[in-house]
Design a protein around this ligand. Structure first.
Ligand SMILES: Nc1ncnc2c1ncn2[C@@H]1O[C@H](COP(=O)(O)OP(=O)(O)OP(=O)(O)O)[C@@H](O)[C@H]1O
Ligand SMILES: [Mg+2]
Length: 507
């Protein structure tokens, strides 16, 4: 088969970091190659070099047999390369069609051109069963649909080499199934795909070949048919990753968090949480499973003071709250690992040390009587970076220079390490490599055993099953049932996710 892309001895050196070190691999027509590696291994950097965002410090790139120099994104796109990023790059207030022509030079009047683009977008969308309306505003679309817009943007620009950087990290299992169908369709048409993922089952399902990076270097390349998830994990991490957790039973009776008749409305006045009641005991993990968009985000935001409560109350220990502010949350010992790490969790322009202190900055031990203890912030940062294996040259590194997974580790470290009474964790392992995922799940279990009450909201049922004492299934803002993890029937959970009430309600 024709080689459509070849990388030879590529290195990318940032002022303080060697992100890629002498990497060589190729991609053939109609092939899917998976790029695997731990957080910070250099996957995104390598792909950014192929998309003209970064310029390699050394080495060569060949596209369809020609040696090329990609100085900007347009150079890569002109050669048929398209990339969907780890974080979406769509403008929320613009429509699908507007986002797709954004930054394109046209020459025709914008009005006429937009009509033409809308028609073309519709045709492409129909061809791949994307079901997109070119006139929808991005802000009204679900995450899965936004991703289809990103992919369509690349198809519109005639990409035949598609780069997907953790394309499934934000998708629900159903959306992932749809995406994979599309990707298989692409390669059947002769397009080629480079995909980064941390999910080994996805590699086994989709990839023809796997390239593994360790610390920026090539650790190996294997054919999918010659490998298995265990071997891949070993190649990446150098040990077996078992994901085998021991969920100890709840031994305390006192209720740490009680939610009573909670109703939350969104901006449009729609009830996203409907008269919801539940409680979590000391030393208990309650997992909330469900298809994304069923009120999970609103539940987490109402509990952490980021969204207004319409009716009901939240009882933390003995204290009753009918309205909450983020500051009160901090003072009540509640931690929050938010769904969107860029919007809510981090200040990207600040250093790692500063982000590790963040909400605590005006409190002991980060400051005394209004005076910030910079020495403490530094030593605290140093300890966190070590304990949570955050990859950066040191704590003075701007957080925006960390890899995606390492940014997530900063939030997890900050929120877990302050010994909270309550942890609201939303997709806490999103974007983490398998070793870090195992570490964070173990941390949640340790925190629960220490006595924290944990609310784990995740669209990954597997994650919920691995660590929760009880599992609630949320559907359209209501719990369809709450089941003890010991009595779980997966089929029943699946039905509850579609809106059926469970009969084993043990609430
Ligand atoms: N713009 C930048 N400036 C300085 N260093 C950077 C920059 N971008 C990435 N790095 C560093 O390069 C290394 C590789 O980062 P990269 O984002 O490529 O990792 P990754 O394999 O994609 O990880 P993840 O799985 O967490 O997304 C990291 O040490 C990171 O901190
Ligand atoms: Mg990355």
């Amino acid at each position: 088969m024709e080689t459509v892309l070849k990388v030879e001895n590529l290195s990318k050196i940032f002022p303080k970091v060697v992100a890629n070190d002498n990497v060589s691999f190729d991609l053939k027509k109609g092939e899917i190659v998976a790029i695997l590696g731990e957080n910070g291994a250099g996957k995104s950097t390598l792909m950014n070099c192929l998309y003209g965002i970064y310029h390699p410090t050394k080495g060569d790139i060949y596209i369809k047999g020609e040696k090329v120099k990609l100085t900007k994104i347009e150079d890569a796109e002109a050669l048929g390369i398209g990339m969907v990023h780890q974080h979406f790059m769509l403008v929320e207030d613009l429509t699908v069609a507007e986002n797709i022509i954004l930054g394109r030079k046209t020459g025709i009047t914008p009005y006429l051109d937009l009509k033409k683009v809308e028609k073309a977008v519709k045709e492409l969308s129909d061809r791949y069963n994307f079901g997109l309306n070119p006139k929808s505003k991005i802000k009204d679309l679900s995450v899965g649909t936004r991703q289809r817009v990103e992919i369509l943007k690349m198809l519109y620009r005639n990409a035949d080499i598609l780069i997907l950087d953790e394309a499934t990290a934000v998708l629900t299992p159903q959306e992932t199934v749809e995406l994979f169908k599309t990707l298989k369709h692409f390669v059947d048409e002769g397009k080629s795909i480079l995909m980064i993922t941390h999910k080994l089952e996805e590699v086994m399902e989709l990839a023809d070949r796997v390239v593994v990076l360790i610390d920026g270097k090539m650790a190996g390349s294997v054919n999918r048919v010659d490998t298995n998830p265990r071997q891949l994990a070993n190649m990446m991490v150098g040990r077996d990753v078992l994901m085998d957790f021991d969920i100890k039973p709840v031994v305390h009776d006192n209720l740490i968090l009680q939610v009573k008749n909670l109703t939350v409305k969104n901006n449009h006045g729609l009830e996203k949480i409907k008269n919801l009641s539940f409680e979590i005991k000391q030393g208990e993990i309650l997992g909330v499973a469900g298809v994304d968009g069923n009120g999970q985000a609103e539940l987490a935001e109402a509990l952490t003071g980021l969204m207004k409560i319409d009716k009901g109350e939240i009882v933390i220990g003995e204290k009753v709250f009918t309205h909450l502010k983020p500051k009160m949350i901090y003072e009540q010992g509640m931690s929050h690992i938010p769904q969107d790490r860029h919007e809510r969790g981090l200040v990207l322009d600040m250093t790692v040390n500063e982000n590790l202190a963040l909400e605590g900055i005006s409190h002991v031990p980060f400051s005394y009587n209004g005076i910030i203890d910079f020495k403490y912030i530094k030593s605290h940062g140093k300890a966190m970076i070590k304990d949570y294996n955050i990859k950066c040259y040191d704590g003075s590194c701007p957080t925006k220079e960390l890899s995606g997974g390492n940014q997530q580790k900063v939030i997890v470290a900050r929120e877990i390490d302050r010994k909270p009474n309550i942890i609201i964790a939303v997709q806490p392992t999103r974007g983490l490599d398998i070793g870090a995922t195992e570490f964070v799940r173990n941390k949640l279990l340790e925190e629960k055993e220490r006595g924290a009450a944990v609310l784990l909201i995740s669209t990954e049922l597997e994650e919920i099953l691995m660590v929760s004492n009880r599992i609630a299934v949320i559907h359209e803002g209501e719990f369809m049932g709450v089941i003890d993890n010991k009595n779980v029937d997966i089929l029943e959970l699946g039905l509850m996710m579609t809106g059926m009430r469970g009969d084993k309600d043990e609430k």
